[in-house]
Design a protein. Structure first.
Length: 187
């Protein structure tokens, strides 16, 4: 597999020049800046897999979490799961902890409808666009225990790194989304 092209510069904060950047990406920077959150940024080619994200993880010095968009069988309940990248996803463990029937992956149309994100760019920041709170946020405890939190700004051509404390104390309250903490097995 070919390595993704990555700008080896780690930037602080938003891009100086926003030309060619999507409105939803700029909305993320506006949101973070409005909360006074400090963050680092790496720019790169589109990253479509966790494996492709590894080089960016190394550049930023922290692991970006895996983000999964899930739904129930009836496609009436939607979930954004944030979990460590190396953990395997096993629906039975998650379903049991959150008290729902078996979950499956939701499709890209629903991801775009509720979070304004296309597949490959899923991120906690998509909840900025979920004004009706249709998506339930579920976070693996290990993600919250890390010192740093990494995610895409609603597009997978940049990756942001911020303190997890800022996510817990500033971002989650500002989003207004309740969230549930789970402990998923490592095997």
């Amino acid at each position: 597999m070919e390595e993704p092209r990555i700008d080896k510069t780690v930037y602080t904060g938003r891009p100086e020049n926003t030309e060619g950047r999507l409105e939803k990406e700029i909305a993320v920077y506006d949101f973070l800046d409005s909360l006074g959150i400090e963050y680092k940024r790496a720019d790169h080619e589109a990253l479509m897999t966790m494996e492709a994200c590894e080089a960016v993880d190394q550049l930023l010095g922290a692991q970006i979490c895996k983000n999964l968009f899930l739904c129930n069988r009836q496609k009436t309940d939607f979930y954004l799961l944030l979990m460590p990248g190396e953990k395997p996803f096993k629906t039975k463990f998650l379903s049991k902890q959150i008290g729902t029937a078996r979950l499956s992956f939701a499709d890209g149309e629903q991801m775009e409808e509720y979070l304004n994100i296309t597949p490959g760019s899923l991120s906690l920041m998509g909840l900025i666009f979920d004004k009706e709170k249709k998506v339930h946020l579920v976070i693996d405890k290990e993600v919250l225990d890390e010192e740093y939190f990494g995610c895409h700004p609603c597009i997978n051509t940049s990756t942001l790194l911020m303190k997890t404390g800022d996510v817990k104390e500033k971002i989650l309250p500002a989003l207004g989304h309740e969230y549930q903490v789970v402990e998923l097995p490592t095997e």
